[in-house]
Ligand binder design. Structure first.
Ligand code: NAG
Ligand code: NAG
Ligand code: NAG
Ligand code: NAG
Ligand code: NAG
Ligand code: NAG
Ligand code: CA
Ligand code: CA
Length: 595
């Protein structure tokens, strides 16, 4: 009888908890977004370039890793001057990647596997091969004012000069002269990427239609590219010098971009897109989302959350770990940087942590190969959505690429002496699936970027077979994200020494988690019995330890006397939490009585 009563109590509370957990968080808050760079993920037809069918064939990998959402970098029709970020048609697939049928197959496979699908939206510019631009050059309406066309200025000698000193993100003037129109057009990126004119309501509508086209097809949202660049100063004022002494006068960092980035109209446009997306959410009853790429000063980045009444994106990407931390950062630096985001975010905002993408040196290169897993674990266990750039889960690192093999316009434009400062090719090399030809990426030995020669040992298959590996650590870190403590728990960050960073996640009756990492090259002994961790019980057990750790999963540790090897990672929980986690007993955690 007593048992029965307990069972009823258990089930009622269980149901209430399950329900409350489900009501309180949406899929995009708990998921990990996995960025696929399509050219480099998997080549299905042996031409050396990745494609949609290739991606479809490898979606199981994402499920195996525990990932819930895939974000594809651009797959649209493009002359590939900026490898797909120069779009000629926003509603068609480039033949190099396949066609719309292949897209449909990819999407249905993703749905079958329970994966959400996010596309890249590149609203700032089109390709100069877009029919819009071709017509605009010829002043064929309605395209005449689709782009930013401005009359030339003349210097004191009567020579034609661009209307402002604005610089392209990839170097050189942001203005390009066109004889046919006797005007300059603006391109904040390469010459082949003319900026759209967002003062023109038709352009605004075109982009909304592109968003609707893909939403109608069933995608779950967009990652919006280069958001700060949407609007420019209507008075065409020159930008002041930045004072950055490392930048050449032709390089973007030479100027302070007060007239070409984060102009007020930008925030409003994002909110308008959000309305389009929200409309689909209302129609389908499933949240559709916008994630924004906004490299900008933190205060401006936060404004892209919008207001609670009129939200912007679900979140702007959080790049603080890319911008403010590196291989030399101390635990105090990590503390400051994590707080920087959490303390400046609107109270109702949802965090996220980005450690890599196709524009940055890989995390394993920025922080050193010994810290890849540290960065994966930290970014996945802090509060918020997880984001992983393809290959970071297996610890891929940048490859050194010669100037001859360089294809990224940002690198090519910089010339043989400075290309390594700008080229994004090193982080875009093909995914390393196994130790066969071209790392299992392609049947061809000639791939669009060379495969990193380390693939013979560093590849997914080997890491799956190994007892411990980057991938195994990644998988286990992703798995804990299913637990309410990680999804909704509080955060306390405690730098225990210059080298050792710890943070706790706690949620009511649920077992807490404590992440402890040694960022340094020396052994350390730390005491977790600090004020901030006073509610953490003493019976701590290792849920996950790093590849180099001597501590076994499930072994007990002494809270006040913890030895750490260099670059060691520990995810600790209580013995009750440990049973829950290893058996994936999601909600058992909440009941002290029963465990
Ligand atoms: C884009 O491609 C689609 C499908 O091929 C086509 O119907 C449409 O006219 C194209 N749009 C533009 C602007 O070229
Ligand atoms: C696009 O720009 C490239 C580089 O300036 C040029 O070679 C090409 O002719 C342009 N295409 C069009 C259609 O304007
Ligand atoms: C890290 O420190 C080393 C030694 O002081 C220095 O050479 C290196 O440039 C630093 N790296 C970064 C990214 O700051
Ligand atoms: C961690 O960062 C916060 C916010 O900057 C600061 O208030 C706190 O003192 C830092 N903790 C330590 C131990 O430095
Ligand atoms: C290639 O990988 C397979 C599977 O991991 C392994 O059995 C084999 O020994 C590897 N071959 C070489 C040459 O490393
Ligand atoms: C991170 C990212 O996607 N950056 C993109 C910003 O926009 C330019 C131009 O579209 C791209 O080249 C970058 O890759
Ligand atoms: Ca291919
Ligand atoms: Ca613009």
């Amino acid at each position: 009888m007593a048992h029965k009563i307990w069972l009823v109590v258990f089930l009622t509370t269980y149901t209430a908890l399950v329900t409350s957990a489900q009501i309180s968080l949406d899929w995009w808050q708990t998921t990990v977004f996995y960025q696929v760079y399509p050219r480099s993920f998997k080549d299905s037809d042996g031409d050396g370039v990745g494609d949609l069918n290739g991606i479809t064939s490898k979606l199981d990998h994402l499920v195996d890793a525990g990932i819930g959402s895939v974000w594809l970098s651009p797959i649209y029709k493009s002359p590939m001057a900026d490898f797909g970020y120069d779009i000629a048609n926003f509603t068609d697939v480039d033949p190099i990647f396949g066609n719309l049928d292949d897209f449909d197959k990819l999407q249905s496979r993703a749905k079958e596997l329970g994966l959400k699908l996010i596309l890249d939206l590149v609203p700032n510019h089109t390709s100069n091969e877009s029919i819009w631009f071709i017509n605009s050059v010829k002043k064929i309406d309605p395209y005449t004012d689709y782009y930013v066309w401005i009359d030339p200025k003349y210097d004191e000698n009567g020579n034609r000069v661009p209307p402002t000193n604005w610089l392209s993100a990839f170097g050189g003037s942001a203005w390009e002269w066109r004889e046919e129109r006797q005007q300059y057009y603006l391109h904040q990126f390469v010459v082949q990427q003319p900026d759209l004119n967002y003062e023109n309501p038709r352009v605004v509508e075109e982009m909304k239609n592109a968003i609707r086209f893909w939403l109608d097809k069933g995608v779950d949202g967009f990652r919006v590219d280069a958001v700060p660049y949407l609007f420019e100063d209507q008075e065409l004022r020159d930008e002041p010098l930045s004072g950055d002494s490392s930048a050449l006068p032709t390089e973007a960092n030479y100027l302070n971009h007060i007239y070409t980035q984060n102009l007020p109209g930008t925030y409003d446009m994002v909110q308008q897109w959000r309305e389009v997306v929200d409309q689909k959410t209302a129609e389908t009853g499933e949240s559709k989302i916008l994630m924004l790429e906004t490299y900008a000063p933190l205060k401006k980045v936060m404004e892209y959350y919008g207001t609670q009444e009129r939200p912007g994106g679900q979140f702007p990407f959080n790049f603080v770990m890319i911008e403010d931390l590196n291989i030399n950062s101390t635990a105090y630096d990590f503390n400051t940087t994590i707080h920087e985001w959490m303390d400046n975010m609107p109270s109702w905002g949802w965090p996220n942590w980005v450690i890599g993408n196709h524009d940055q040196k890989r995390v394993g290169t920025r922080f050193g190969p010994g810290k890849i897993d540290i960065m994966n674990v930290i970014s996945l266990l802090l509060p918020g959505s997880g984001i992983t750039y393809n290959g970071d889960e297996i610890g891929m690192v940048d490859e050194i690429i010669s100037y001859e093999d360089t294809v990224d316009p940002a690198g090519v434009n910089a010339g043989p002496d400075r290309y390594q400062l700008f080229s994004r090719d090193p982080c875009r090399t093909p995914f390393q699936w196994d130790n066969t030809t071209s790392a299992g990426f392609s049947t061809s030995t000639k791939t669009w970027l060379p495969v990193n020669p380390n693939y013979l040992t560093l590849n997914l298959e080997a890491e799956v077979e190994a007892v411990t590996s980057h991938y195994k650590v990644y998988q286990k870190a992703v798995a804990v994200r299913n637990f309410p403590t990680i999804q909704r728990g509080s955060l306390k960050v405690v730098p225990l020494s210059e080298q050792v960073l710890a943070f706790s996640r706690e949620l009511e009756e649920n077992p807490p988690f404590v992440v402890v990492v040694n960022l340094g090259d020396n052994k350390e002994n730390v005491n977790l019995a600090v004020d901030d961790f006073e509610n953490i019980p003493n019976d701590l057990v290792v849920y996950l330890s790093s590849v180099n750790s001597k501590k076994q999963q499930g072994s007990a540790v002494d809270k006040s006397d913890l030895d750490l090897d260099p670059e060691e990672i520990l995810i600790l929980t209580t013995s009750r939490g440990y049973i829950c986690v290893v058996h994936s007993l999601l909600y058992c955690c909440a009941f002290k009585l029963f465990m």
